[in-house]
Design a protein around this ligand. Structure first.
Ligand code: IPM
Ligand code: MN
Length: 357
């Protein structure tokens, strides 16, 4: 089969980590008899420099015409002082919205032999951790009304959190489907003791689950308690569903608990099979161009694309196994380096993973 993949490298380490993922995809294609065609399109800071905006119309068009999209990362010091609408991050948010990618799945697992990269005590992680965060991605405070003003010399700003039942139900469905394939356990995170949107969230998730997925054991957890529970006993969680903002925060925490943000991939999907696949980490401008970044998150994002957009399950597993094999041989990038291991750069890491396929 032939697959057209739009690659949006973005800024900072974006080009390096995308090159790593493309290298692994090419090898996977050769092995399994697929042809992956890659086209490259600007987004983020680079697009601002070239076109004056973070998401040129032609990039959106190319993404919508592709079979799926692979993204590196956006942002950097150079563009930090631009107004909100011209920031690189705005390009990513607009793209998620333009492709209607309301469902963001972020699996945080503790890799075998990587327990020493977790900052938690060994007893807490020794039995493994796998938390799958299902984050609502096109609603909530990220996309609500914003204001800025000045009242009697006191400058102010506001952002608005808003959710509809429809938005909550469709992300709940995604989480329930996933929970059904796993332990039939679902945790929904909100701040229902304070926020009106959270009270609607809690009520809607519960009603939807009880009606459509009565076998699922649903548990509501307040976000502050969740942040604590995740470091206290991370192994108790399986599938977690939450809003855009809470999902953003908790997925960074989950990533660190399982070792490094450099290992965590994500898929974003809507009503079609065309998705956006990216690492959950940022563009790390401080280490850009030095060939020291960890390409694994992006490589795993590419693997998720094969599985979730193209139904290539075997190919997905081949990449996942290759990553584990390279870790088992003690190769580590700087972010997951520990005593006695062999340090390698971004290109080398990706090449070794590709070689295992
Ligand atoms: C993420 C990132 C983005 C987000 C930024 C870059 C806009 O932090 O994907 O988690 O907040 O969603
Ligand atoms: Mn984030």
């Amino acid at each position: 089969m032939n697959y057209n993949i739009a690659v949006l490298e973005g800024d900072g380490i974006g080009p390096e980590i995308c090159a790593g993922a493309v290298c692994v995809l090419k090898k996977t294609g050769e092995k399994f008899g697929h042809r992956f065609n890659f086209t490259y399109h600007p987004i983020g800071g680079r697009a601002i420099d070239e076109y004056g905006i973070p998401l040129p119309e032609k990039t959106v068009k190319a993404c919508l015409e592709s079979d799926s999209v692979l993204l590196g990362a956006v942002g950097g010091y150079k563009w930090d002082d631009l107004p909100a609408d011209k920031r690189p991050e705005k390009g990513l948010l607009e793209l998620r919205k333009a492709m209607n990618l309301y469902s963001n799945i972020r699996p945080a697992k503790l890799w075998k032999n990587l327990a020493d990269a977790s900052p938690l005590k060994y007893e807490l992680v020794k039995n493994g951790i796998e938390i799958i965060i299902v984050r609502e991605l096109t609603g909530g405070i990220y996309f609500g009304e914003r204001t800025r003003g000045n009242k009697n010399g006191d400058e102010y700003a506001s952002d608005t959190e808003k959710y509809s039942v429809h938005e909550i139900e469709r992300i709940t469905k995604v989480a329930c489907e996933l929970a059904m394939k796993r332990a039939k356990k679902l945790v929904s995170v909100d701040k229902a003791n304070v926020l009106e949107t959270s009270r609607l969230w809690r009520r809607t998730v519960r009603a939807y689950c009880e009606k459509h997925y009565p076998e699922i054991e649903l548990c509501d957890v307040l976000v502050d308690n969740m942040a604590m529970q995740m470091v206290k006993d991370p192994a108790q969680f399986d599938v977690v569903v939450t809003s855009n903002l809470f999902g953003d925060i908790l997925s960074d925490e989950a990533a660190q608990i399982t070792g490094s943000i450099g290992m965590l991939a994500s898929s974003s999907l809507g009503e079609t099979k065309r998705g956006l696949y990216e690492p959950i980490h940022g563009s790390a401008p401080d280490i850009a161009g030095q060939d020291v970044a960890n390409p694994v998150a992006t490589i795993l994002a590419a693997a998720m694309m094969l599985r979730d957009s193209f139904n290539l399950n075997e190919e997905y597993s081949a990449i996942e196994t290759a990553v584990q094999d390279v870790l088992d041989e003690n190769y580590r990038t700087a972010d997951i380096m520990s005593q006695g291991k062999i340090k390698v750069g971004c290109t080398k890491m990706a090449q070794m993973i590709a070689d295992k396929i």
